[in-house]
Design a protein around this ligand. Sequence first.
Ligand SMILES: [Zn+2]
Length: 368
Amino acid sequence: MKNRDNSLIEDFALIHDGRCILKTGTWSELKNAFSGEVEDLGEVTLVPGLINAHVHLELSHLRGKTVQEKGFTGWIKSLLSNPLYDLDTEAVRNAVQEMRDSGTAFCVDISTRNCAQVASVLDELGMGFYACCEAIGVQTPKEKAKFFPQKEFEYGRAAGSGHSLYSTGAGLLQRVKKANDAAGLPFPIHLAENAEEDEIVAHGTGEFAGMLKGAGLLADCGNKGLRPVEYAEKLGLLDEYTLAVHCVRVAEEDISTLLERKVNVCLCPRSNTYIGEGRAPWELILKSGINTCLGTDSIASNHDLSMWNELEYLLKNIKISLSSAEALALVTTNSARALRIDESYGSLEKGKRAVYTTVPARLEDLLF
Ligand SMILES: [Zn+2]
C-alpha cells in the first residue's frame, strides 16, 4: 500500500465497516486491539479503488460493433449504423460489473439519452459515479432549462456535460457549464480529439461537418482559424472544474493555456488508437504539470473497460519514465482531485470509502 507521500507501507492494514475506512496502520500495530473478521490479501500491493474518468455506459451493447483504426469519420459512420440509444440495461449492468472486477470504484459516465437509467444501475451496484447528461445540438436552451436530473442517489450525482465544440452550440455549452459550476460539479467535454474537430472549429468544413449539418448538429464555431483549445478558451469553458477529455491535438501553446486555466485533462489512450486518431502528447502534458487522469471511453472504441489495461497501455508506450506514484496517480489521486471526490476516493485513509484493489501481477514490474 502507498502512503500519502507515496512511499510503500509494508504490512499495511485497514479496518472498515463495509462502507468506510475506520482506521489504517500496520497489521502489527492494529491486530492487538482488533477482534473482527480478518481478510489476509497476501503478498500484494494494495491501492485505492480506481477511477475511470470517462466512459459511456449507454453504449455497452456495442462491444466489437465498430471499425478500428479508420479515423474518426469512419468510426462514427460504423457507430451510427447501430441502434445507439436503445438502452440494454443488462449490457450496462455487465459493463459495470466488468469495471468493478478490474478494480474500478468510481466512474464518470456520459450518456446522451439514458443518463438517469444508467445512474440507477450504477447506484444499484454501488459504483461511485457522476452520471453526466450530455448536451448535444445547436438549440438555444430555455431560460429555466435543467440540464440533468435533480435527483439524489446513494453512490453518485447527476451532472451535465458538453459533447463537443463542434456539435453543441456555444450558448448551450456555456449554460451547462454554468449549471455544473453552480452545483459544484466537474464539466466534462470532448476536446481536441481529432483532425475532423480541428477542421470544423477552424473553418467549418470537411466530410464530417457535412454529416453533422445534415443531422442539424453542426455548431457555428466562427470559422476564425482557431484551434479547439483556443476556441474553448474564448467561450470561457476552461477552468479548474473543466475535465477536457482526449486532448490529442494540442499545440504547446494549448498545453500552456490548459495549465494556466488549471483545466484537468483526461487521456483515453486506447480509444484514440482504436479509432485511429493518433495519440495525445502524453509526455508534454504530464511534464507540464497539468492535473491528468485516464479514462477508457466507451466499449464502442475500446477492447474492455479495465483501468489497469488503460494504464498498462500508456506505460508501455510513453517515452518518459514515470515513478510508480506518478503512474498510479493517473487512476487514483489525480482523478479524485479533478473530480473533487477526494474526500471519499483516491487514497486509503480514515473516513474515505472502503474501496480498494490490488496491483495485477503483470503490472508490478512496470510500476515498481
Ligand atoms: Zn467519449
